[in-house]
Design a protein around this ligand. Structure first.
Ligand code: ZN
Length: 272
């Protein structure tokens, strides 16, 4: 069992860490397998599915939490998100207060009523903004004009005080954070059909996106004492770019070039 292995061997090193369990509540939007309260707009007899039952998920989360493991569970549709919040709430109440940092992966299509619950229950919203500019090309067709208002709701989640951590979801999406920052800030879909942003109310600032990719991502893996900020005593993992993301037109963010990459204080890449 993972908990026993960790007890004997520890949680890995600075490169590969173990001790987080990923689970799944539902499927994906594109395949109509994300679980929603209401049917899909383009498939009125379907509303998605749970890949595991609520009772099974509760049991796994409860046992893993008791064993000291962190949970990172995939939830995409509003019903899946709602159900997982309920499970996290129940386990938190039953197992007592501790620094457990429950993570929800993707958090794509929210019921507006659930937005404040992330802060209340201290659940980290672990999101991948590249998906927003990818799915944004067709999501309105699948879930309609109302539900897209709280889809990839970066602005609403941050305004509600949620800890939002960004990542890539590689290999489902490209591993480059620059495209993700561009996506979160501009919400320009990949087909360039939304130059002012797709659901522009949910845009966030460059600074907020940078924080989600760095200090908040480090917090999401219990690594904030060694990673995510530039301070004396940290690992010194950083890049030098050819333009200042905080000063340029956000549309140009995705064209930024990396000049140098430093890992653990050592230069590992230099642009020729
Ligand atoms: Zn996933």
């Amino acid at each position: 069992m993972l908990a026993n292995k960790i007890e004997k061997e520890g949680k890995g090193d600075h490169w590969v860490k173990i001790g987080v369990l990923k689970g799944f509540v539902d499927g994906s939007l594109g395949s109509h397998t994300a679980a929603f309260f209401e049917p899909f707009t383009d498939a009125p007899t379907e509303s998605g599915l749970f890949v595991n039952s609520e009772e099974e998920l509760y049991q796994w989360v409860s046992d893993a939490d008791k064993a000291g493991l962190q949970l990172a569970i995939h939830a995409i549709g509003d019903k899946a998100i709602h159900t997982l919040l309920n499970i996290y709430e129940r386990v938190g109440n039953e197992n007592g207060t501790k620094d457990r940092r429950f993570r929800m992966e993707h958090v794509q299509h929210l019921d507006a009523k659930d937005i404040p619950r992330f802060k209340e229950l201290r659940v980290i919203a672990s999101m991948q903004p590249y998906h927003a500019i990818d799915d944004g090309r067709w999501a309105a067709r699948v879930i309609g004009p109302e539900r897209i208002k709280t889809t990839y709701a970066f602005r609403s989640l941050l305004d509600a005080g949620t800890a939002v951590a960004f990542g890539s979801d590689w290999f489902v999406a490209p591993p480059t954070p620059l495209e993700g920052i561009y996506g979160a800030v501009t919400r320009r879909t990949l087909d360039n059909a939304n130059p002012e942003g797709w659901v522009p109310e949910q845009k966030i600032t460059v600074e907020e996106a940078l924080k989600a990719y760095t200090s908040q991502a480090a917090y999401a893996s219990f690594d904030e004492s060694i990673k995510g900020t530039l301070k004396v005593g940290m690992l010194a993992d950083f890049v030098i770019m050819d333009q200042n993301l905080l000063e340029i037109d956000p549309v140009l963010i995705k064209d930024t070039k990396i000049i140098q990459t430093v890992v653990g204080g050592n230069v590992v890449y230099e642009r020729k």
